[in-house]
Design a protein around this ligand. Sequence first.
Ligand code: FMN
Length: 195
Amino acid sequence: MEKKMKVMGFIGSPRKKGNTAWIVNKILEGAKEEGAETKVWAFNDLDIKPCQGCLGCHNGDGGCVICDDMQKLYEELKDVDALVLGSPVYMGQMSAQAKIFVDRLSATNHPRFYPQFKERAAIKMILVFDQGNPDSSLFQTYYDYMKKMFQMLEFDVKDVVVVNGMRNGPAHERKDLHTSMKGIGLSLVSEKILR
Ligand SMILES: Cc1cc2nc3c(=O)[nH]c(=O)nc-3n(C[C@H](O)[C@H](O)[C@H](O)COP(=O)(O)O)c2cc1C
């Protein structure tokens, strides 16, 4: 039997029923419809401490030495095919919850830990930011920077999705988003990527 593509979503908002959760889940819904196996994690439900800069990940063979829920995510990430990382914009950047995860990913760069993971270039990534401000270009420099940062880590960044105008109403009430977010998930799996 053909192996299903494993798509993992990450929610960077503390609001369980907020915009980010809805958007990430809608993308995953599209991916699942196209045949992928999907799973979603909300950072706020997990105990993930900020990187301590101890370089424990560089000094041993076992990767990050902090014993918290990030260890579960390292295991999950070992055979992931695609990541959907969603965050609300907080003060012009990703949320603290999302940033802590991104910093902790740095442990996977170490040459003795890295081989336990799939080749980065084979891991597709969709970055999703949702913001209150209606001007989607307002934080473009930051979005471009984040894309570049993940590309430097050699992830295959397929798209940076910006959902703006969230102060005018919740994402689920925006009919256009039902189709477009699901479409992003479908395309991620079918490789008809993207804009
Ligand atoms: C602490 C905080 C800071 C925010 N900062 C910004 C901002 O700088 N620019 C912006 O456009 N929206 C900002 N917002 C609005 C959120 O990005 C927006 O409402 C988002 O969709 C919330 O996502 P959620 O429902 O998943 O929590 C901020 C919201 C909060 C709570």
